[in-house]
Design a protein around this ligand. Structure first.
Ligand SMILES: Cc1ncc(COP(=O)(O)O)c(C=O)c1O
Length: 332
């Protein structure tokens, strides 16, 4: 990118309003024991976005800081969003809405069974007083959110509908700012990464990091998104759609390479894979941190597999970006 375009994009990015709701910078730590357990290879690092704070942290906090800032500026008094019963996005949205004094409605595509343990995220949403609306399928979520918005408007309220994962061009700015935060940490340590691995699903994290790399990170750093659910083609097209919207916001053409790997999904979304289980146990036993079975364990399984297969420069530095989600380990 030409330096003049880059400076203009950075200025536009910095002018966007953001609420201070998380704890930053999140730690950047080494993983020497995991590296040894893998028999050497690139030096391994982790960025702890499971420590962003609100609602047990994770990547949603960064995105919602932008989305909720715009909502507040619009005089919104209630938020509506959607996800599954274990959705990290729904839990964090409910917690942040409470903190900002906003009503919260969550449209969950789950039947609400009494005969199975209640997911921890749902239990937390009940504690925080979110209104739960249940639908039978993912397809019914958007119409149900529109209907909830209509009802609230009928009561004289001013709701905002936040799309799944807050993965809009605005929400994705959260990961542009995360890339800028990482760049500062790297400059202080005179370090650069050859590759960054992370879980990529609704595309906000990925598009934010891709745009953020253009503005703040080394051009040779490869971004490798690992899918927990959809095909690589479908996530790639979501990411490029969000990047298109971000190009407009930042006034610069964001023509980024988008790599999504869908080889580590296993039996499907939310189903623990054996490679994911191995990654979860290795991370816990070698480095003393927890991954989650739905997103981050599969992303870590991907990184481990690439290292074992010698697909990364053995003298290089590789980052695993932890995006949170550990509540999925717990039920009430
Ligand atoms: C813990 C966790 N990691 C990663 C992701 C994927 O991030 P994104 O939806 O921005 O692609 C999610 C999203 O649902 C998540 O909850």
């Amino acid at each position: 990118m030409h330096p003049i375009d880059r400076n203009r994009a950075v200025q536009r990015f910095e002018a966007v309003s953001r609420l201070a709701l998380g704890h930053y910078p999140t730690p950047l730590e080494k993983m020497p024991r995991l590296r040894n357990a893998l028999g050497g290879g690139p030096k391994l690092f982790i960025k702890r976005d499971d420590y962003t704070g609100a609602g047990f942290g994770g990547n949603k906090v960064r995105k919602l800081e932008y989305v909720l800032a715009a909502a507040q500026a619009d005089g919104v008094d209630s938020v509506i969003t959607c996800g599954g019963e274990r959705s990290n996005h729904c839990r964090v949205t409910a917690m942040l809405a409470a903190r900002l004094g906003l009503e919260c409605t969550l449209v969950l595509n789950a039947p609400g069974r009494e005969d199975v343990p209640k997911p921890a995220s749902l239990a937390i949403e009940e504690v925080v007083g979110a209104r739960i609306v249940r639908v039978a399928s993912r397809e019914e979520r958007t119409p149900a959110m529109e209907q909830a918005a209509e009802e609230l408007r009928g009561r004289g309220m001013r709701p905002v509908v936040i799309p799944v994962g807050a993965s809009t061009p605005l929400g994705a700015l959260g990961y542009v700012s995360a890339a800028s935060e990482l760049a500062e940490q790297l400059a202080a340590r005179e370090l650069r990464f050859d590759a960054i691995f992370f879980s990529s699903s609704s595309g906000g994290t990925h598009s934010g990091l891709a745009a953020g790399k253009e503005l703040f990170l080394h051009p040779n750093t490869r971004l490798i998104g690992i899918s927990p659910d959809d095909s690589s083609g479908s996530i790639q097209s979501t990411v490029s759609g969000i990047l298109e919207g971000m190009s407009g916001k930042l006034g610069v053409e964001l023509d980024c390479e988008i790599t999504v790997v869908d080889e580590y999904v296993g039996e499907g979304y939310g189903v623990e894979s054996s490679a994911g289980r191995e990654a979860l146990e290795l991370a816990a036993r070698m480095e003393g941190f927890l991954l989650d079975p739905v997103y981050t364990a599969k992303a870590m399984a991907g990184m481990i597999d690439w290292i074992r297969r010698g697909r990364l420069p053995s003298s290089g530095n590789v980052l695993f970006w932890h995006t949170g989600g550990q509540m999925a380990l717990f039920h009430t």
